[in-house]
Design a protein around this ligand. Sequence first.
Ligand code: ATP
Ligand code: MG
Length: 179
Amino acid sequence: MRKQEVSALIIGRFQPFHNGHLEVIRTIAGQCDRLIVGIGSAQLSHTFDNPFTAGERHLMISRALHDDGLDDFFLVPMVDVNRYSVWVAHVQSLVPPFQDVYTNNPLTRRLFEEAGYAVRSAPLFNRDVYSGTEIRRRIVSGKEWEHLVPEGVSETIYEVHGDQRLRDITKDHSYEVTI
Ligand code: ATP
Ligand code: MG
């Protein structure tokens, strides 16, 4: 018989995965046997809020975690169901069994608590710059952003020309990046 293992779940859109996400995952990894990372809004890509496909995000996260010495993790793309009452069941249907959920989102906390899970909050690291929105704004406006993400992430973004994509899709929508 295998020993009882504790799996912990964290869900984000990871547009892109950044150093704040990596910090929080390092903390969580120290508190569980196996990490499950849900890649949320997996159906979305090619917009300012969600520029990268689920596959591109899968690649950037797996590179970043392997480079950080983490090997025991599942990365699971999750499309939105747009119906909160069935969200937890949807997640359960996609991932291996898990016991703990880490989130800072009050709605996610409520939904998982209602389903009987132990929900923990994750500390925020350097939130002023370790933020997907901030990184996307920097890419669009040509400011430095590479130091805010793990190397495997910037590599992936350049490989898929994600920086050019972001600039292209926001060309006629400068208001989106100045708010
Ligand atoms: P966006 O600005 O696009 O919303 P984000 O940086 O908030 O991007 P998400 O993918 O929305 O990233 O967040 C996924 C999870 O990561 C959330 O639970 C969020 O609280 C957490 N998180 C985001 N930024 C940080 C950070 N700097 N430190 C720790 N956790 C973070
Ligand atoms: Mg967010």
